[in-house]
Design a protein around this ligand. Structure first.
Ligand SMILES: [Zn+2]
Length: 271
């Protein structure tokens, strides 16, 4: 599933490829990808240019001339650029035809991704329940301490909670806790200041490393340029067999229904 680094990679590659391109037609092959009225979606986007691209959590926010276009890739959504005459691939659900003769294809094997339009003045409101971005100054010790002190849930579960911090998913949550030597089942409200500081620091370090590597490629995720990420080569805990630090066998458990990997030797249970 694309997490913050992968969505950032899609954002950057789309900006590189289609900034200022104009949509001249849209073909929708699977209606449910679009939230809201299909005809309205087409009508409001045709004739608009892709002006700027940013990410909020795992959402891709594209500023068009008059409206904000939101794309949530969810499990396996991805974009490809083709020539306008190229036929759709299997699982292509939405095609945006561009004035310059290219076409932007949205492909989604699982069909969980969603797209919708929001008026620009409503964007802030729509995303105000999302927690801070990991790279924002507001994601600091005092914020984390006050949030975590109210949560008795395992820290792994809280890291996945988008209202705590935006953009972290199952893979990076495992990596962050491994790097901090914190057991995934540790209750959030028992973490001390040093551990919380470490979580903030390692979160930023791991995510920026992944962004630099072009996002992790697990399963079918690829960026819009067809580039596959390299960071999965350097995963230390998630989906790994042995701990690269101590050699112990990496253990897999379920936390909040998600497969969770940790080293029983480096990440000792406490509290
Ligand atoms: Zn270990």
């Amino acid at each position: 599933m694309p997490e913050l680094p992968e969505v950032q990679t899609v954002c950057d590659t789309l900006a590189y490829q289609i900034k200022d391109a104009k949509i001249v037609d849209i073909r929708i092959l699977f209606d449910k990808i679009i939230e809201g009225d299909i005809d309205e979606f087409k009508k409001k986007l045709i004739g608009q240019h892709f002006r700027s691209f940013r990410r909020r959590g795992k959402y891709l926010l594209i500023e068009m001339d008059d409206i904000t276009f939101v794309s949530h890739l969810r499990m396996e959504g991805k974009y490809y650029i083709f020539d306008k005459d190229d036929p759709p691939l299997k699982h292509d659900h939405v095609i945006f035809y561009l004035e310059d003769g290219r076409a932007l294809h949205y492909n989604d094997v699982r069909k969980f991704g969603r797209m919708y339009l929001i008026e620009k003045r409503r964007v802030y409101r729509r995303f105000r329940d999302l927690g801070p971005e990991p790279f924002w100054d507001s994601f600091d010790l005092s914020y984390c301490k006050s949030y975590l002190s109210k949560r008795k849930a395992p820290i792994k579960e809280v890291l996945l909670d988008q209202s705590f911090v935006a953009g972290i998913g199952n893979i990076y949550a495992d990596e962050i806790l491994f790097a901090c030597k914190i057991h995934p089942l540790t209750k959030a409200d028992t973490l001390n200041d040093a551990q919380i500081r470490d979580i903030i620091k390692k979160t930023r370090r791991i995510l920026s490393k992944a962004i630099r590597a072009g996002g992790t490629t697990i399963r079918s995720y690829t960026s819009s340029l067809g580039v596959t990420g390299l960071f999965q080569m350097s995963l230390r805990a998630h989906d790994q067999k042995n701990c690269q630090t101590c050699g112990a066998k990496i253990r897999k458990i379920k936390v909040a229904g998600r497969g969770t990997y940790y080293c029983p030797n480096c990440q000792k249970e406490s509290g």
